[in-house]
Design a protein around this ligand. Structure first.
Ligand code: NAP
Length: 280
């Protein structure tokens, strides 16, 4: 599994991590097995949120018995809870559900109505209390990041988690360049388009399949390798079973050639910059 530095101040962590939205909806035993297999194969970056139902409880089961130490555990506060006091109590609830003493990174899930100053003050307080090691944001466009930078200063924002998959490349216009300039990690969520992975019968799906066949890998691995071709980018696919987790982990050692990247760029064009940042 390839590792790289998570923002300017963060540790080196796995480029491919594990998402957990809806992981609590199916068979819990299979979900725990999926997360454990993923961890064994090096996908030690685990993403969750207070919004994801019982996902934090599923993770707690998966990491019980001494597996917590080598993980990079991330959770998120809902914007409706992101006041100074609300952020602290939301974080404490997540720590309790995850059965852990600290999060490696804590994110504002998307921008809401509480002033950024309040949420950032709460994040700083949580760092001082040893309850989180760093903080970041999610679904922030370049303009939001400018405002956040003026509140928090350089070096404070660990990451921006945003929608990024083959068919949705809007962040390449302004968000990725902004994050690269300021040493902020970009975390690609829904890297398979949530439930909309390219069909093998479509023109673009055939281009993807051709590369996968030539390399003897899966189309999912090719998709993840394409997204993480940019050094600031990490990806967090969600897998509901151990086979899918193993498939995704193998993308952590796949590097695409220039001509393969060009072929994917043609099949899944970036498109014009949208007026607002797409989110799920
Ligand atoms: P995703 O990772 O793009 O896709 C998940 C789907 O792909 C599931 O149906 C899964 O099926 C399937 N899948 C996974 N690996 C596969 C494989 N190797 N072969 C075939 N199918 C495979 O969707 P997502 O859950 O929306 O995004 C990933 C994570 O990003 C979330 O879980 C969450 O942690 C985060 N996220 C964050 C935000 C935000 O606002 N910050 C928004 C959305 C998502 P199985 O379940 O059957 O394996």
């Amino acid at each position: 599994m390839r590792k790289q530095k998570f923002g300017v101040k963060g540790p080196e962590i796995s480029v491919i991590g594990q998402g957990t939205w809806y992981i609590d909806r199916g068979d819990r035993k299979r979900a725990v097995e999926a997360l454990r297999r993923g961890i064994e194969l090096g996908m030690t970056h685990i993403d969750t949120a207070e919004m994801y139902g019982d996902a934090e409880l599923v993770i707690a089961d998966a990491i019980a018995g001494g597996k917590r130490d080598n993980l990079y555990l991330v959770s998120k506060v809902l914007p409706s809870n992101a006041s100074r006091r609300g952020t602290i109590t939301a974080c404490e609830r997540s720590l309790k559900r995850l059965k852990t003493e600290a999060l490696d990174c804590y994110l504002l899930h998307w921008r809401g109505s509480y002033p950024l100053e309040e949420t950032v003050a709460a994040f700083d307080q949580l760092i001082s209390a040893g309850k989180i090691r760093s903080w970041g944001v999610s679904n922030f466009d370049a303009g939001d990041l400018d405002e956040l930078l003026s509140v928090a200063g350089e070096g404070a924002i660990a990451c921006n988690q945003v929608l990024y998959h083959l068919q949705e490349r809007a962040i390449e216009h302004a968000v990725i360049p902004w994050c690269e300039r300021h040493g902020v990690a970009v975390v690609a969520y829904s890297p398979f388009g949530h439930n909309d992975f390219p069909s093998p019968n479509s023109r673009e799906g055939k281009a993807l399949q051709a590369i996968a066949d030539a390399r003897g890998v899966s189309t999912r691995q090719v998709a993840l390798a394409f997204l993480t071709r940019i050094p600031a980018v990490f990806a967090i696919p969600k897998a509901g079973n151990a086979e899918h987790a193993a498939d995704n982990a193998a993308a952590g050692k796949l590097t695409l050639s220039v001509s393969e990247i060009e072929a994917l760029d043609n099949a899944f064009p970036r498109g014009p910059k949208p007026r607002s940042l797409p989110m799920l």
